[in-house]
Design a protein around this ligand. Sequence first.
Ligand code: NG1
Ligand code: ZN
Length: 545
Amino acid sequence: MGKRHAMRTCSGLHPKPAGLVLQYGTAGFRTNAKQLDHIMFRMGLLATLRSKKTKATIGVMVTASHNPEEDNGVKLVDPMGEMVTPTWEGYATQLANAEQEDLLAALQDIIKKEAINMSQEANVFVGKDTRSSSASLSQAVLDGVSALGGHSKDYGLVTTPQLHYMVCCQNTQCKYGEATVEGYYKKLCQAFIQLTKNASNCTDDQKHLTVDGANGIGALKVREMESHLKRELHISLFNDGSKGKLNHQCGADFVKVQQKPPTGIKMNPGERCCSFDGDADRIVYYYADSEGQFHLLDGDKIATLISTFLKELLTQAGLDLEIAVVQTAYANGSSTNYLEDTMKVIVRCTKTGVKHLHHAAQEFDIGVYFEANGHGTVLFSKAAEEKIQRLAENSSINDERKRAALLLQNTVNVINQTVGDAISDMLLIEAILAIKGMTIQQWDAIYSDLPNRQLKVKVSDRRVIDTTDAERRAVSPAGLQEAIDSLVKNYREARSFVRPSGTEDVVRVYAEAETQESADALAHDVSLAVYRLAGGVGGEPKPLH
Ligand code: NG1
Ligand code: ZN
């Protein structure tokens, strides 16, 4: 490394508080914003190294997604819009935790291990969410990039998936699209309008959607996009950030975990509503029926709707492409059964975290992946895209095949394949419902969710819990899995598992069973087992009822 850069990286700008140790977790670094200034600077340094190594543009997104407003976080985006590799996550942790006087040595260690040519150019795209801390933290990232002589482009306020999209566009020489926010709206909305052309008898009521923007960046971006939709979708936007607090009593995570509607929105019986999370990479749908009963349509229902739609189109188009759905252990058991037994699609289960789902989905012609919490997208292999393209351009096929091929082509274009994207997923879901002339009730009725409950348990060190089988079984501490197994036996159609969270200092407990009472009771029983066998702290978990 040149002397000038060495001096700038260690100039004491953005110093690390001595002794602070943070881990690059499921979703990058995430904690109270006050602890993150040095992390941001160092992720600017690391992104610059990653760019030199890959000879491509790298993204850095400043956001803490669904966490409270006081938190913040940072994630690196690899050249094709993917999450960075485990080795580089390791470097991120090393660099983040090096004491100030060891920073240069830590950098040099990475440069040496990866044989990075420091005279190679570097380009880094930076984005941020609407948190009050994001402005200065993203500046710290930019400082890190320039300290190593890298070029940066500051996209300012963008959703996480928009930044992933920009990185992918840039590195594919715009084959994926134009690397601008305008280009993103144009590509997605054009595809949406093409798709919904096939639903010409759609009424204004059917074109209406209520959106909860979680008081975050997604709300801003939906506003920005609206004119591109040419009134083909009428959005009533609530929690747009003008008064409420980010993610507070609203947003996709609140709705999914609490299984109730967000505050601050107006819900009419039977009307489609959806919630984004704080950085708009998750979406869940819901409605209230005529009795006022709340119904949630989560990532599993979304994956089912999308995969069913794609499978039907493939049949109509006469295309022989293998389609699979990738889920995690949090997927509702009913969804897995429905997909495997009724839909006859391949289902895979991976560990929690988008990168695991994304990689598994890449193994198929078409891989639909969704976490139950509403994070997900669809991946098309290059060969699958080419087949669809060729068929759509083929003039000698019959009308039914032609229609299906064109629908598939526009479906590919409306999807942000780089990462789960609330805006893109919303457009796809809206298009599917319009094309199929389906109400949200009909969609909901495809299968019935097993009642379930998610709880958190505080323990002194959550790393004592080690899991296997895509996190469905605990291998440590001793006796915990046996305890869970015997508790599960007390309930019908029951299932439960525990795992340490990668984004919060808690152990997560999940339970499902035949009735809500059983799911709640089982979740509580298992929480107690975790508390007793895995070093619980604070008071013992209390029963829910
Ligand atoms: P952790 O905290 O590791 O459970 C949560 C979500 C993940 C993922 C990440 C990143 C659940 C149960 N877990 O991870 O699915 O979305 O946050 O945001 O929803
Ligand atoms: Zn998010």
